[in-house]
Design a protein around this ligand. Sequence first.
Ligand code: SF4
Length: 537
Amino acid sequence: MPETLGEGRDLIPISLVAHQAFCPRRAWLEAMGETTDTHQVAVGTEAHAPADDPTGSRSQRYRAVDVISHDLGVIGRCDTVELDESAAMTVVEHKATPVRRRPEVTEPMRVQVALLSGALADMGYPVTGQAIYFINHRTRVDVPLSEEDKAFARETVAATARTLAAEEAPPPLEDDRRCSRCSHITVCLPDERPLAPVTRRIVVADPDTQVLHLTTPGSRAYVTRGRIEVSKSGEKLGTFPIERVQGVVVHGNVDLSSGLIRELLWRSLSVVWCTSTGRVTGWARAAQGPNGGPRLLQHLASHSGRIDLARQFVSAKVANQATLLRRHGDTPLVVARLRELQREALEAPSLADLFGIEGDAAARYFESFLTMLRPRVVAAEELTFSVRTRRPARDPINAALNLCYGLLTADALRAVVACGLDPHAGFLHSSGRNKPALALDLVEEFRAPVADSVVINAFNNGEVRARDFSTVLGSTRIGERARKALIAGYERRVTGTFRHPIFGYDVTWRRAMEIQARLVLGVVDGTQPQYQGIKVR
Ligand code: SF4
């Protein structure tokens, strides 16, 4: 964000002005704290590291030189400033453009070097040249600047100030080549916002990292030499490179060292703690997070109510229950009624009506749930189930559902936190009940296709057996073997891909949750006309 100096003038980081020159929306996203962790960005950051190190300076070449200009209204840092024999200076910016692209000086690069050299000149130094060094191509290209280039750089600073002062984010570009090269595409979602099939080929970035589940009671996890290690009673149970971890879920009595928690938060990775039965007890998130402004709008919207969002959550939930029942069950009349309820949800005049529809659908769906298990499995395992009992669970199926809904809530929490929304300010679930209402809202449309599906498969495939559960004083407890089998089944499911029913591309269920959270964010911040729940066919 701009830095305010004594005379009240906002100085804008030159990097933001370069983003503006590329796309105003990217400047906005960057100013909102949206960081991107794509492989390309990581490679670029690593390649760029020597240029960020002031200790790499030599007598004729300075590295990481800070510059400021009140006249231009900018502040920034030159990668390298070179001096010739007469002490005249050349600003050299380092770019990690991928080798597959040509080492071309783009307009944002031209704006950036114009402002860096202009600021350096304003500080009283003799600047005679600018250049871009393409690290991966080992190619240096001189960038002579015309008066028009300098005037355009000034205009872009003014345009950046207007972007940052605006109440709403600039709309995404439409069908524009820039988007396919943009580091912010995974948070911007320019192709998804019209809520229509994506007509050109796009890459749906899925992080190549994993969620780490810590499940062994009495174990301890800590960080050492860039790896997370887990041990119990002196025996090492596992070790994982921390850069491959997307988040951590702690199940039950597992200890985390403060060093590990600090390292995870430093990397903006969230930690979710659950009981051994899957109940989410808390989470930790980094102090730095994006979208502070939209988060305020979320609270206002949550307080005044957004029935349009609530309708979509319920309608998609019921639609997906109907689809799962149609695929695996044997109750066509129930499926037909659920289809009616799915449509009624979209017309519900109030939250009370919505809850009535949701409750009616849930009762019918769970009455038929057992038909989705193979009859010989039901008979051999002596499984019974007709009604959802949350806590305590009354039977193995309810205990398994509880665990998987907890896993789903942990994923929804991470998705909500990743885009800077407050998990507590919801639109269907009441924020007044002190639960993570928005995360629970988001969970609804994923319950049947993710969690219920995992439970059905685990019983049908024999991965989970009735004997893996025990009952104490009417409460069914899940055993260690079943817990690990369900967590493994859940991970297989959320990292598996499906054809997105709205956008028509293949995407993992985990990434789909974050996309849905970002569409909620768009509705809240005004860049998204409406929200549409995922309804699997
Ligand atoms: S993805 Fe496209 S619209 Fe979004 S910030 Fe990047 S260039 Fe702009």
